[in-house]
Design a protein around this ligand. Structure first.
Ligand SMILES: [Zn+2]
Length: 515
Protein backbone atom coordinates (compact mmCIF):
# COMPACT_ATOMS: atom_id res chain seq x y z
CA UNK A 1 0.00 0.00 0.00
CA UNK A 2 1.28 3.50 -0.86
CA UNK A 3 2.19 5.82 1.94
CA UNK A 4 0.79 9.33 1.78
CA UNK A 5 2.87 11.91 3.65
CA UNK A 6 0.95 14.36 5.80
CA UNK A 7 2.22 17.94 5.82
CA UNK A 8 0.47 19.85 8.55
CA UNK A 9 0.24 23.61 8.17
CA UNK A 10 -2.00 24.43 11.13
CA UNK A 11 0.75 26.65 12.51
CA UNK A 12 1.25 28.55 9.24
CA UNK A 13 -1.77 28.51 6.92
CA UNK A 14 -4.10 27.73 9.86
CA UNK A 15 -2.66 30.56 11.87
CA UNK A 16 -3.52 32.91 8.99
CA UNK A 17 -7.22 32.43 9.78
CA UNK A 18 -8.81 35.78 10.56
CA UNK A 19 -8.71 36.51 14.29
CA UNK A 20 -6.24 33.72 15.10
CA UNK A 21 -3.06 34.72 16.81
CA UNK A 22 -1.09 32.06 18.65
CA UNK A 23 1.71 32.91 21.03
CA UNK A 24 4.95 30.93 21.14
CA UNK A 25 3.89 28.56 23.95
CA UNK A 26 0.67 27.78 22.12
CA UNK A 27 2.56 27.02 18.92
CA UNK A 28 4.83 24.64 20.81
CA UNK A 29 1.86 22.95 22.49
CA UNK A 30 0.20 22.39 19.10
CA UNK A 31 3.52 21.23 17.59
CA UNK A 32 3.93 18.60 20.32
CA UNK A 33 0.38 17.37 19.81
CA UNK A 34 0.97 17.14 16.04
CA UNK A 35 4.04 15.04 16.82
CA UNK A 36 1.84 12.67 18.88
CA UNK A 37 -0.65 12.63 16.03
CA UNK A 38 2.14 11.30 13.85
CA UNK A 39 2.10 13.84 11.02
CA UNK A 40 5.27 13.56 8.92
CA UNK A 41 5.91 17.25 8.40
CA UNK A 42 5.02 20.36 10.35
CA UNK A 43 5.08 23.79 8.75
CA UNK A 44 5.78 25.93 11.79
CA UNK A 45 5.48 29.42 10.32
CA UNK A 46 6.86 32.16 8.10
CA UNK A 47 10.06 33.34 9.83
CA UNK A 48 10.72 36.37 7.61
CA UNK A 49 7.40 37.95 8.62
CA UNK A 50 8.71 39.28 11.95
CA UNK A 51 11.08 38.48 14.85
CA UNK A 52 8.07 37.04 16.73
CA UNK A 53 7.26 34.66 13.89
CA UNK A 54 10.91 33.59 13.67
CA UNK A 55 11.00 32.94 17.43
CA UNK A 56 7.83 30.82 17.15
CA UNK A 57 9.32 28.60 14.43
CA UNK A 58 12.56 28.28 16.40
CA UNK A 59 10.67 27.20 19.54
CA UNK A 60 8.72 24.52 17.65
CA UNK A 61 11.93 23.30 15.97
CA UNK A 62 13.61 22.88 19.35
CA UNK A 63 10.66 21.09 20.95
CA UNK A 64 9.51 18.67 18.25
CA UNK A 65 11.86 15.78 17.49
CA UNK A 66 9.88 13.27 15.45
CA UNK A 67 8.72 15.29 12.47
CA UNK A 68 10.31 17.32 9.71
CA UNK A 69 10.02 21.01 10.60
CA UNK A 70 9.37 23.39 7.75
CA UNK A 71 9.65 27.15 7.39
CA UNK A 72 8.02 29.13 4.60
CA UNK A 73 9.91 31.64 2.44
CA UNK A 74 9.21 33.82 -0.57
CA UNK A 75 11.77 33.39 -3.34
CA UNK A 76 14.10 35.93 -1.78
CA UNK A 77 17.50 35.48 -0.17
CA UNK A 78 16.52 37.28 3.02
CA UNK A 79 13.49 34.98 3.52
CA UNK A 80 15.61 31.86 2.94
CA UNK A 81 18.19 33.05 5.46
CA UNK A 82 15.44 33.71 8.02
CA UNK A 83 14.20 30.11 7.67
CA UNK A 84 17.75 28.82 8.00
CA UNK A 85 18.15 30.81 11.21
CA UNK A 86 14.78 29.65 12.59
CA UNK A 87 15.48 25.96 11.85
CA UNK A 88 19.02 25.90 13.27
CA UNK A 89 17.93 23.48 15.99
CA UNK A 90 15.55 21.34 13.95
CA UNK A 91 16.43 17.63 13.77
CA UNK A 92 15.15 17.45 10.22
CA UNK A 93 14.77 20.92 8.65
CA UNK A 94 13.07 21.67 5.35
CA UNK A 95 12.58 24.89 3.42
CA UNK A 96 9.29 25.71 1.73
CA UNK A 97 9.83 28.18 -1.12
CA UNK A 98 7.11 29.67 -3.25
CA UNK A 99 6.57 31.84 -6.30
CA UNK A 100 3.34 32.51 -8.17
CA UNK A 101 2.97 31.01 -11.64
CA UNK A 102 -0.59 31.75 -12.83
CA UNK A 103 -1.18 34.37 -15.56
CA UNK A 104 -3.23 36.57 -13.24
CA UNK A 105 -0.52 36.59 -10.57
CA UNK A 106 2.26 37.07 -13.13
CA UNK A 107 0.51 40.02 -14.68
CA UNK A 108 -0.89 41.87 -11.66
CA UNK A 109 1.14 40.84 -8.66
CA UNK A 110 4.61 40.01 -9.93
CA UNK A 111 4.61 41.94 -13.22
CA UNK A 112 6.85 39.24 -14.61
CA UNK A 113 6.95 37.26 -17.86
CA UNK A 114 7.02 33.47 -17.81
CA UNK A 115 10.76 33.27 -18.37
CA UNK A 116 11.37 35.72 -15.52
CA UNK A 117 9.30 33.56 -13.15
CA UNK A 118 11.32 30.51 -14.16
CA UNK A 119 14.62 32.34 -13.67
CA UNK A 120 13.66 33.81 -10.30
CA UNK A 121 12.43 30.48 -8.93
CA UNK A 122 15.51 28.65 -10.20
CA UNK A 123 17.85 31.20 -8.65
CA UNK A 124 16.02 30.96 -5.32
CA UNK A 125 16.13 27.14 -5.23
CA UNK A 126 19.83 27.14 -6.13
CA UNK A 127 20.57 29.73 -3.46
CA UNK A 128 18.58 27.70 -0.91
CA UNK A 129 20.63 24.59 -1.72
CA UNK A 130 23.50 26.22 0.18
CA UNK A 131 21.45 25.97 3.35
CA UNK A 132 19.04 23.05 2.89
CA UNK A 133 19.09 19.51 1.55
CA UNK A 134 15.29 19.31 1.65
CA UNK A 135 13.42 21.95 -0.34
CA UNK A 136 9.77 22.06 -1.24
CA UNK A 137 8.87 24.39 -4.09
CA UNK A 138 5.29 25.67 -4.44
CA UNK A 139 3.95 27.11 -7.66
CA UNK A 140 1.52 29.52 -6.05
CA UNK A 141 -1.92 29.50 -7.73
CA UNK A 142 -0.86 26.38 -9.66
CA UNK A 143 -4.53 25.51 -10.11
CA UNK A 144 -5.03 28.47 -12.45
CA UNK A 145 -1.66 28.10 -14.17
CA UNK A 146 -1.45 26.96 -17.83
CA UNK A 147 -0.67 23.23 -17.67
CA UNK A 148 2.19 23.49 -20.18
CA UNK A 149 3.83 26.17 -18.09
CA UNK A 150 3.28 24.15 -14.90
CA UNK A 151 5.10 21.23 -16.58
CA UNK A 152 8.00 23.59 -17.35
CA UNK A 153 8.04 25.00 -13.82
CA UNK A 154 8.02 21.53 -12.25
CA UNK A 155 10.85 20.34 -14.52
CA UNK A 156 12.89 23.43 -13.65
CA UNK A 157 12.31 22.90 -9.88
CA UNK A 158 13.53 19.30 -10.14
CA UNK A 159 16.64 20.29 -12.10
CA UNK A 160 17.40 23.08 -9.63
CA UNK A 161 17.24 20.66 -6.69
CA UNK A 162 13.76 20.73 -5.13
CA UNK A 163 12.80 17.52 -3.33
CA UNK A 164 9.05 18.16 -3.20
CA UNK A 165 6.97 20.11 -5.71
CA UNK A 166 3.67 21.43 -4.42
CA UNK A 167 0.68 22.22 -6.62
CA UNK A 168 -1.45 24.59 -4.55
CA UNK A 169 -5.01 25.46 -5.42
CA UNK A 170 -4.37 28.73 -3.63
CA UNK A 171 -7.78 30.24 -4.31
CA UNK A 172 -9.92 27.10 -3.91
CA UNK A 173 -11.09 27.16 -7.53
CA UNK A 174 -10.46 23.59 -8.73
CA UNK A 175 -12.87 20.68 -9.11
CA UNK A 176 -11.65 17.17 -8.21
CA UNK A 177 -11.44 16.03 -11.84
CA UNK A 178 -9.46 19.06 -12.96
CA UNK A 179 -7.15 18.99 -9.97
CA UNK A 180 -6.50 15.25 -10.31
CA UNK A 181 -5.71 15.73 -13.99
CA UNK A 182 -2.93 18.19 -13.18
CA UNK A 183 -1.15 15.47 -11.17
CA UNK A 184 -1.74 12.90 -13.88
CA UNK A 185 -0.28 15.22 -16.54
CA UNK A 186 2.76 16.13 -14.45
CA UNK A 187 3.43 12.42 -13.78
CA UNK A 188 3.26 11.72 -17.51
CA UNK A 189 5.11 14.71 -18.92
CA UNK A 190 7.73 16.00 -16.47
CA UNK A 191 11.18 14.44 -16.96
CA UNK A 192 12.62 13.19 -13.64
CA UNK A 193 9.27 13.38 -11.82
CA UNK A 194 10.01 10.03 -10.11
CA UNK A 195 12.92 11.69 -8.27
CA UNK A 196 10.69 14.00 -6.24
CA UNK A 197 7.44 13.95 -4.31
CA UNK A 198 4.35 15.74 -5.58
CA UNK A 199 2.21 17.52 -3.04
CA UNK A 200 -1.42 18.71 -2.92
CA UNK A 201 -2.44 21.91 -1.12
CA UNK A 202 -6.11 22.82 -1.35
CA UNK A 203 -8.44 25.52 -0.08
CA UNK A 204 -12.10 25.04 0.72
CA UNK A 205 -13.70 28.06 -0.95
CA UNK A 206 -16.10 25.82 -2.88
CA UNK A 207 -16.20 23.11 -0.21
CA UNK A 208 -14.00 20.79 -2.28
CA UNK A 209 -10.65 20.90 -0.44
CA UNK A 210 -10.78 17.33 0.88
CA UNK A 211 -12.27 15.95 -2.35
CA UNK A 212 -9.53 17.68 -4.34
CA UNK A 213 -6.77 16.33 -2.09
CA UNK A 214 -8.16 12.80 -2.47
CA UNK A 215 -8.37 13.24 -6.25
CA UNK A 216 -4.70 14.24 -6.19
CA UNK A 217 -3.85 11.07 -4.23
CA UNK A 218 -5.66 8.92 -6.80
CA UNK A 219 -3.58 10.58 -9.52
CA UNK A 220 -0.18 10.17 -7.93
CA UNK A 221 0.27 12.80 -5.21
CA UNK A 222 2.68 11.62 -2.52
CA UNK A 223 1.85 14.26 0.03
CA UNK A 224 -1.23 16.12 1.24
CA UNK A 225 -1.06 19.47 2.99
CA UNK A 226 -3.76 20.57 5.37
CA UNK A 227 -4.70 21.67 8.85
CA UNK A 228 -6.44 20.31 11.92
CA UNK A 229 -10.18 21.12 11.75
CA UNK A 230 -9.55 22.52 8.25
CA UNK A 231 -8.81 26.00 9.61
CA UNK A 232 -6.95 28.48 7.42
CA UNK A 233 -7.11 31.48 5.15
CA UNK A 234 -10.72 32.33 4.12
CA UNK A 235 -12.80 29.12 3.98
CA UNK A 236 -9.79 27.15 5.21
CA UNK A 237 -7.62 24.25 4.05
CA UNK A 238 -8.07 20.54 3.57
CA UNK A 239 -8.82 19.02 7.00
CA UNK A 240 -6.13 16.40 7.55
CA UNK A 241 -8.35 14.36 9.87
CA UNK A 242 -10.79 13.98 6.97
CA UNK A 243 -8.07 12.76 4.61
CA UNK A 244 -6.70 10.33 7.20
CA UNK A 245 -10.14 8.89 7.98
CA UNK A 246 -11.15 8.70 4.31
CA UNK A 247 -8.00 6.68 3.56
CA UNK A 248 -8.60 4.51 6.63
CA UNK A 249 -12.31 3.89 6.07
CA UNK A 250 -12.01 3.45 2.28
CA UNK A 251 -8.67 1.67 2.27
CA UNK A 252 -9.72 -0.83 -0.39
CA UNK A 253 -10.63 1.98 -2.73
CA UNK A 254 -7.65 4.28 -2.23
CA UNK A 255 -4.99 1.65 -1.56
CA UNK A 256 -3.06 4.25 0.41
CA UNK A 257 -2.42 5.02 4.05
CA UNK A 258 -0.90 7.63 6.32
CA UNK A 259 1.29 7.23 9.42
CA UNK A 260 -1.16 9.20 11.53
CA UNK A 261 -2.05 7.94 15.00
CA UNK A 262 -5.81 8.12 14.51
CA UNK A 263 -6.76 7.97 18.17
CA UNK A 264 -5.01 11.33 18.67
CA UNK A 265 -7.38 13.03 16.22
CA UNK A 266 -10.00 14.06 18.74
CA UNK A 267 -7.50 15.51 21.19
CA UNK A 268 -5.66 17.37 18.42
CA UNK A 269 -8.92 18.84 17.20
CA UNK A 270 -9.94 20.03 20.67
CA UNK A 271 -6.56 21.57 21.37
CA UNK A 272 -6.46 23.51 18.10
CA UNK A 273 -10.05 24.68 18.53
CA UNK A 274 -9.31 25.79 22.06
CA UNK A 275 -6.08 27.63 21.35
CA UNK A 276 -7.23 29.30 18.14
CA UNK A 277 -10.71 30.11 19.43
CA UNK A 278 -12.15 28.63 16.22
CA UNK A 279 -15.19 26.60 17.20
CA UNK A 280 -15.77 23.31 15.38
CA UNK A 281 -19.30 23.22 13.89
CA UNK A 282 -21.47 20.40 15.27
CA UNK A 283 -21.95 18.89 11.82
CA UNK A 284 -18.24 18.96 10.88
CA UNK A 285 -17.11 15.64 9.38
CA UNK A 286 -15.15 13.32 11.72
CA UNK A 287 -14.78 15.66 14.70
CA UNK A 288 -18.06 17.64 14.97
CA UNK A 289 -20.09 17.06 18.14
CA UNK A 290 -22.84 15.39 16.08
CA UNK A 291 -20.58 13.35 13.80
CA UNK A 292 -21.30 10.18 15.77
CA UNK A 293 -24.69 11.09 17.24
CA UNK A 294 -27.83 9.40 15.95
CA UNK A 295 -31.06 11.29 16.48
CA UNK A 296 -33.68 9.53 14.39
CA UNK A 297 -35.60 6.63 15.90
CA UNK A 298 -35.00 4.36 12.92
CA UNK A 299 -31.26 4.94 13.16
CA UNK A 300 -31.22 4.37 16.91
CA UNK A 301 -33.12 1.13 16.53
CA UNK A 302 -30.69 -0.06 13.86
CA UNK A 303 -27.68 1.02 15.93
CA UNK A 304 -28.86 -0.99 18.91
CA UNK A 305 -29.24 -4.13 16.81
CA UNK A 306 -26.04 -3.74 14.82
CA UNK A 307 -23.76 -0.68 14.84
CA UNK A 308 -22.62 -0.97 11.27
CA UNK A 309 -26.17 -0.46 9.94
CA UNK A 310 -25.61 3.30 10.21
CA UNK A 311 -22.06 3.75 11.44
CA UNK A 312 -19.16 3.63 8.96
CA UNK A 313 -16.55 4.61 11.53
CA UNK A 314 -16.24 4.02 15.22
CA UNK A 315 -15.77 6.99 17.57
CA UNK A 316 -13.08 4.96 19.38
CA UNK A 317 -10.88 5.16 16.29
CA UNK A 318 -10.41 8.93 16.67
CA UNK A 319 -9.97 8.69 20.43
CA UNK A 320 -13.48 9.74 21.35
CA UNK A 321 -14.75 7.60 24.17
CA UNK A 322 -17.20 8.40 26.90
CA UNK A 323 -15.97 6.88 30.10
CA UNK A 324 -18.37 5.46 32.66
CA UNK A 325 -16.67 6.98 35.66
CA UNK A 326 -18.50 10.18 36.64
CA UNK A 327 -16.83 12.40 39.20
CA UNK A 328 -18.47 14.58 41.85
CA UNK A 329 -17.96 16.30 45.17
CA UNK A 330 -16.88 13.14 46.97
CA UNK A 331 -14.42 11.89 44.37
CA UNK A 332 -10.93 11.65 45.75
CA UNK A 333 -7.51 12.21 44.33
CA UNK A 334 -7.16 8.64 43.21
CA UNK A 335 -10.36 8.66 41.14
CA UNK A 336 -9.37 12.03 39.70
CA UNK A 337 -5.96 10.79 38.66
CA UNK A 338 -7.51 7.69 37.10
CA UNK A 339 -9.86 9.91 35.14
CA UNK A 340 -6.96 11.97 33.79
CA UNK A 341 -5.23 8.82 32.57
CA UNK A 342 -8.52 7.66 31.05
CA UNK A 343 -8.85 10.95 29.17
CA UNK A 344 -5.29 10.54 27.91
CA UNK A 345 -3.49 13.29 29.81
CA UNK A 346 0.09 12.79 30.91
CA UNK A 347 0.61 15.37 33.63
CA UNK A 348 3.37 16.00 36.13
CA UNK A 349 2.68 15.61 39.87
CA UNK A 350 2.58 19.38 40.17
CA UNK A 351 0.06 19.74 37.35
CA UNK A 352 -2.14 17.01 38.84
CA UNK A 353 -2.13 18.83 42.17
CA UNK A 354 -3.09 22.14 40.60
CA UNK A 355 -5.81 20.49 38.52
CA UNK A 356 -7.17 18.60 41.52
CA UNK A 357 -7.52 21.80 43.52
CA UNK A 358 -9.51 23.36 40.69
CA UNK A 359 -11.60 20.22 40.34
CA UNK A 360 -12.52 20.37 44.05
CA UNK A 361 -13.45 23.99 43.66
CA UNK A 362 -15.67 23.15 40.70
CA UNK A 363 -17.25 20.12 42.40
CA UNK A 364 -18.42 22.46 45.18
CA UNK A 365 -20.35 24.52 42.66
CA UNK A 366 -21.51 21.72 40.41
CA UNK A 367 -23.09 18.38 41.28
CA UNK A 368 -21.64 16.16 38.59
CA UNK A 369 -18.36 16.99 36.89
CA UNK A 370 -18.45 15.79 33.28
CA UNK A 371 -15.45 14.71 31.22
CA UNK A 372 -15.83 17.91 29.20
CA UNK A 373 -15.48 19.99 32.38
CA UNK A 374 -12.30 18.18 33.35
CA UNK A 375 -10.83 18.65 29.89
CA UNK A 376 -11.67 22.36 30.10
CA UNK A 377 -10.01 22.67 33.51
CA UNK A 378 -6.82 20.99 32.32
CA UNK A 379 -6.66 22.86 29.06
CA UNK A 380 -7.25 26.24 30.68
CA UNK A 381 -3.87 26.02 32.36
CA UNK A 382 -1.97 24.19 29.65
CA UNK A 383 -0.43 27.42 28.50
CA UNK A 384 1.12 29.60 31.12
CA UNK A 385 0.89 33.19 29.95
CA UNK A 386 2.78 35.46 32.34
CA UNK A 387 0.02 37.11 34.32
CA UNK A 388 0.47 40.79 35.03
CA UNK A 389 -3.15 41.05 36.19
CA UNK A 390 -5.14 38.36 38.01
CA UNK A 391 -8.84 38.70 38.79
CA UNK A 392 -9.39 38.88 42.52
CA UNK A 393 -12.97 40.10 42.98
CA UNK A 394 -15.89 40.95 40.77
CA UNK A 395 -19.15 42.64 41.74
CA UNK A 396 -21.88 43.42 39.23
CA UNK A 397 -25.17 45.32 39.65
CA UNK A 398 -27.70 44.72 36.92
CA UNK A 399 -31.35 45.61 36.46
CA UNK A 400 -33.28 46.19 33.27
CA UNK A 401 -34.42 49.62 34.54
CA UNK A 402 -31.02 50.83 35.75
CA UNK A 403 -27.58 51.35 34.26
CA UNK A 404 -25.45 48.25 34.81
CA UNK A 405 -22.30 48.81 36.84
CA UNK A 406 -19.35 46.69 37.86
CA UNK A 407 -16.51 46.80 40.34
CA UNK A 408 -13.34 44.89 39.62
CA UNK A 409 -10.40 44.19 41.89
CA UNK A 410 -7.23 42.70 40.43
CA UNK A 411 -3.93 41.57 41.85
CA UNK A 412 -0.97 43.03 40.03
CA UNK A 413 2.26 41.17 39.34
CA UNK A 414 4.40 43.62 41.34
CA UNK A 415 2.38 42.77 44.45
CA UNK A 416 -0.16 45.58 44.38
CA UNK A 417 -3.94 45.48 44.20
CA UNK A 418 -6.14 47.79 42.14
CA UNK A 419 -9.86 48.35 42.19
CA UNK A 420 -12.11 50.35 39.86
CA UNK A 421 -15.84 50.71 39.13
CA UNK A 422 -17.58 51.63 35.91
CA UNK A 423 -20.96 51.73 34.18
CA UNK A 424 -21.76 50.18 30.83
CA UNK A 425 -24.46 49.36 28.29
CA UNK A 426 -24.66 45.88 29.77
CA UNK A 427 -23.01 43.85 32.52
CA UNK A 428 -20.12 42.66 30.35
CA UNK A 429 -19.56 46.17 29.01
CA UNK A 430 -19.47 47.53 32.58
CA UNK A 431 -16.94 44.86 33.59
CA UNK A 432 -14.74 45.65 30.60
CA UNK A 433 -14.90 49.39 31.25
CA UNK A 434 -13.82 48.79 34.84
CA UNK A 435 -10.92 46.59 33.69
CA UNK A 436 -9.85 49.27 31.20
CA UNK A 437 -9.66 51.75 34.06
CA UNK A 438 -7.47 49.37 36.08
CA UNK A 439 -5.07 48.43 33.29
CA UNK A 440 -5.09 51.79 31.49
CA UNK A 441 -4.67 49.93 28.20
CA UNK A 442 -6.35 51.46 25.18
CA UNK A 443 -7.92 48.40 23.56
CA UNK A 444 -10.82 47.63 21.28
CA UNK A 445 -13.00 44.53 21.71
CA UNK A 446 -13.04 42.92 18.26
CA UNK A 447 -14.80 39.68 19.06
CA UNK A 448 -16.62 38.10 21.97
CA UNK A 449 -18.08 34.61 22.07
CA UNK A 450 -19.43 32.37 24.77
CA UNK A 451 -20.16 28.70 24.83
CA UNK A 452 -21.21 26.12 27.32
CA UNK A 453 -18.59 23.44 28.03
CA UNK A 454 -21.02 20.73 29.12
CA UNK A 455 -24.78 20.41 29.60
CA UNK A 456 -27.18 21.63 32.28
CA UNK A 457 -27.79 24.86 34.15
CA UNK A 458 -24.62 24.52 36.19
CA UNK A 459 -22.41 23.96 33.15
CA UNK A 460 -19.08 25.71 32.82
CA UNK A 461 -19.15 28.71 30.50
CA UNK A 462 -16.18 29.43 28.29
CA UNK A 463 -15.60 32.92 26.93
CA UNK A 464 -13.29 33.79 24.07
CA UNK A 465 -12.37 37.38 23.23
CA UNK A 466 -10.20 39.10 20.64
CA UNK A 467 -8.73 42.48 21.62
CA UNK A 468 -7.06 44.90 19.28
CA UNK A 469 -4.55 47.61 20.06
CA UNK A 470 -3.25 49.61 17.09
CA UNK A 471 -2.70 46.83 14.52
CA UNK A 472 -1.99 44.05 17.00
CA UNK A 473 -4.72 41.50 17.82
CA UNK A 474 -4.64 39.09 20.73
CA UNK A 475 -7.09 36.54 22.00
CA UNK A 476 -8.03 35.61 25.54
CA UNK A 477 -9.97 32.78 27.19
CA UNK A 478 -11.68 32.33 30.49
CA UNK A 479 -13.85 29.65 32.05
CA UNK A 480 -16.10 29.68 35.08
CA UNK A 481 -19.49 28.40 36.22
CA UNK A 482 -20.50 32.06 36.00
CA UNK A 483 -20.42 33.71 32.58
CA UNK A 484 -19.65 37.20 33.92
CA UNK A 485 -16.62 35.89 35.79
CA UNK A 486 -15.57 33.94 32.67
CA UNK A 487 -15.96 37.17 30.66
CA UNK A 488 -13.72 39.11 33.05
CA UNK A 489 -11.08 36.34 33.06
CA UNK A 490 -11.02 36.16 29.25
CA UNK A 491 -10.54 39.92 28.97
CA UNK A 492 -7.72 39.98 31.53
CA UNK A 493 -6.09 36.99 29.81
CA UNK A 494 -6.08 38.95 26.55
CA UNK A 495 -4.61 42.04 28.24
CA UNK A 496 -1.87 39.88 29.80
CA UNK A 497 -1.07 38.45 26.37
CA UNK A 498 -0.97 41.91 24.86
CA UNK A 499 1.62 43.00 27.40
CA UNK A 500 3.63 39.81 26.74
CA UNK A 501 3.39 40.31 23.02
CA UNK A 502 4.93 43.77 23.09
CA UNK A 503 8.19 42.08 24.08
CA UNK A 504 8.43 40.09 20.79
CA UNK A 505 6.62 41.92 18.04
CA UNK A 506 4.92 39.98 15.27
CA UNK A 507 3.94 41.29 11.90
CA UNK A 508 0.83 42.88 10.65
CA UNK A 509 0.04 40.01 8.30
CA UNK A 510 -2.24 41.92 5.99
CA UNK A 511 0.70 43.10 3.88
CA UNK A 512 2.12 39.60 3.35
CA UNK A 513 0.70 37.42 0.60
CA UNK A 514 1.05 33.70 1.05
CA UNK A 515 0.05 30.52 -0.76
ZN1 LIG B 1 -2.80 27.79 1.56
Amino acid sequence: MRKIYIFDTTLRDGEQSPGVNLNTQEKVEIGLQLEKLGVDRIEAGFPAASPGDLAGVDAVARAVKNATIIGLARSRERDIEAVSEALKHAQDPCLHLFLATSPIHRQYKLRMEKHQVLEAAEAAIKYAKKYFSKIEFSAEDAGRTEIDFLVEVTAMAIRAGATVVNIPDTVGYMTPDEYGNIFKTLKEQVPGIEKIQLSAHCHDDLGMATANALAAILNGADQVEGTINGIGERAGNTAIEEVAMALETRQEFYQAKTSMVLKEIYRSSRLVSKLTGMVVPGNKAIIGANAFAHESGIHQDGMLKEKTTYEIMSPDTIGLKESKLVLGKHSGRHAFREKLVDLGYELSEEQVNAAFAKFKDLADRKKQVADEDIRALIEEKLIETPEVYVLDKIQVAYGNQTTPSATIRVKIQDGGVAQESADGNGSVDAIYNAIDKVTMEDVELEDYSIKSVSHGKDALGEVHVVLKQNDVSVQGRGISTDILEASAKAYLDAVNRLIEKRKTPTSNRSNVTLI
